[in-house]
Design a protein around this ligand. Sequence first.
Ligand SMILES: [Zn+2]
Length: 248
Amino acid sequence: MSDELHLTLEGRPVTLGVRRSRRARRMRLVVEAARGGAVLVLPAGAGERDGRRFVAEHAPWLLRRLAELPQPVPFRDGAVVPYRGVDHVVRHAGSARGPIERGVVWRHGGAIHVAGRDEHLARRIRDWFRHEARNVLGPLAETKAAVLGERPARVTVRDQRTRWGSCSAKGALSFNWRLVMAPDAAIDYVVAHEVAHLVELNHSPSFWRIVDRLTAHREDGRSWLKAHGDGLHRYGAVHRYGTVLAAT
Ligand SMILES: [Zn+2]
């Protein structure tokens, strides 16, 4: 069985991701923007026919959940994409070049300009965002850690699907590159949260006291992420399971 399932629900063609799991005890459907839509989790012993029947039984629920997902915004000319909470228009600059030190992608006048061939545009923007995330989150984490007399072992930027940041027991911090799209208050809160884990690897009251020492944005940062964080996964989405492939 392939890792995709194509089926028709209430007359609409739908593609689902399929994930086999040895630990799963029963079939389930996961619908999350961060996972690119709907994924059917199949335990050992369940086959495609079981999966199809299961999905059909849950069709109304599934279609409702899919309709609620944020629509993907692929990186292409004209797309509106946030950078540090401010919307920017993506502009394909073709053979034009920006200021020499900024390379093939540069931010200017409310736009993100991308030089080069069109087929490289999405990858270049993605690389640029990751680079920006490293440049924004790395120094911020170092500065906050210094307040505690600490130093992160490492700060990396990754494509984490379910978390905005994490801190390992060895003091390595990692952040989701899409965090750099969020407003500064949310960025500040997430970085403060992970840096506080350098001292307290738990969420005890003393952990939260450290967070409050490191940021003034615990409440507004958290509530922004709760309300809008999931929506950041729409940007640069290349493939989305559960997309209703209606003819247009
Ligand atoms: Zn935590």
